[in-house]
Design a protein around this ligand. Structure first.
Ligand SMILES: NC(=O)c1ccc[n+]([C@@H]2O[C@H](COP(=O)([O-])OP(=O)(O)OC[C@H]3O[C@@H](n4cnc5c(N)ncnc54)[C@H](OP(=O)(O)O)[C@@H]3O)[C@@H](O)[C@H]2O)c1
Length: 110
């Protein structure tokens, strides 16, 4: 990703679920320019700060609770005040343990 967007500002990427395993893995896989700013949004400032330190780039943390819908407009206003993000990764959620299939598959009918 180029480090400037159409507005001429530096690129910004917003990760909703800023400590999410898959969200951070997507960020890593994107191979962003070193100066691209990442905004890590979530509920736990300390864990967000810790995740941000590992990214080795400009990082901002923002408080975001997906369940607190009354706070979302203020959150969006806060994030966008410094420029609308060029990319939003929505990784907020709960990974439910997946059961392994048991038994063996029946052979298909001849
Ligand atoms: N990992 C995978 O391979 C994979 C594959 C496909 C889909 N997914 C889906 O991707 C989502 C994230 O999975 P993950 O493996 O990254 O899980 P994870 O590491 O446990 O991350 C979940 C993230 O969601 C945040 N979160 C949960 N409830 C929130 C809320 N109410 N408001 C704000 N943030 C909230 C958590 O923040 P806190 O630290 O504050 O709890 C954490 O940052 C899940 O829905 C999962 O089903 C994951």
């Amino acid at each position: 990703m180029s480090n400037t967007n159409a507005s001429g500002r530096g690129s910004r990427v917003l990760l909703l679920g800023g400590t999410s395993e898959i969200g951070l893995a997507i960020l890593s896989a994107l191979d962003l320019a070193a100066a691209t700013e990442v905004i890590l949004a979530g509920r736990d400032p300390q864990r967000l700060e810790a995740a941000g330190k590992a990214l080795n780039r400009p990082v901002t943390v923002a408080r975001y609770d997906a369940m607190d819908t009354g706070s979302h407009q203020a959150f969006a206003d806060q994030v966008c005040a410094a420029g609308v993000p060029d990319l939003v990764i929505a990784a907020t959620g709960i990974l439910i343990p997946q059961e392994r299939p048991s038994g063996t598959c029946a052979a298909p009918p001849p």
